[in-house]
Design a protein around this ligand. Sequence first.
Ligand SMILES: *Cc1c(COP(=O)(O)O)cnc(C)c1O
Length: 241
Amino acid sequence: MSTSFATPMAGRLAAIRARMAAACERAGRPADSVALLPVSKTFDAGAVREAASLGLRRFGENKTQEIRQKAGPLADLDLHWVMIGHLQTNKAKDAARDAFEVQSLDRLELAEALQRRLEPEGRTLDVLVQVKTSPEPSKFGLDPDELPALLRAVARDCPSLRVQGLMTLAVNSDDPMAVRACFARLRQLRDRLRGEGIEGVTLDRLSMGMSGDFELAIEEGSTEIRIGSALFGARDYGGGA
Ligand SMILES: *Cc1c(COP(=O)(O)O)cnc(C)c1O
């Protein structure tokens, strides 16, 4: 007897869930301790609608313009848009308006810009601080050494932001040990900061792991994996069009 699914996307989602469950099992973690954040960047509103029909509600995007474009035609679905890409300070206004959550907070200047936009509207925003855990020079993210000071400053000066945890991208490498080390670094950093007990900061969430490395991330303590291509298919950035 073979298992069949109504659509290819439904099949891909089931395969991801099975791999998540197996990784949790290997790590001795409860199966419900890891959330899936589908990453819909470059995929159109139709693809997001299909994913929503499979029970998914939060979607990661890396550009505020793309959230804007998709939010309109999908307004009937009450989706939560999560900003996971580098956010320029001059886009803080758009993020404060359209994003349910920002996982790519990597500097105080951005936190203050978000605070200025949120405060007059009496709104709050969940945020994760993106930390650089890989030696690659091109990756965005805060230097781990600067994290305690940033967390204290945000807790003190940005009451509209609720810091819930940390986010990272692992090194882009074929060496699983190098990838795993990035995830382990984020978890250790979190554990150390918890020990220091910064008031107003809980750090319960660790957003780490993507299509190519999520099992390693789960084994290292991820609470949330960000999955694009494994769910939606290969991305076409339209470079040649
Ligand atoms: C694109 C992206 C992802 C998802 O990548 P896949 O390899 O397609 O799963 C996750 N996190 C961030 C920050 C991204 O930009």
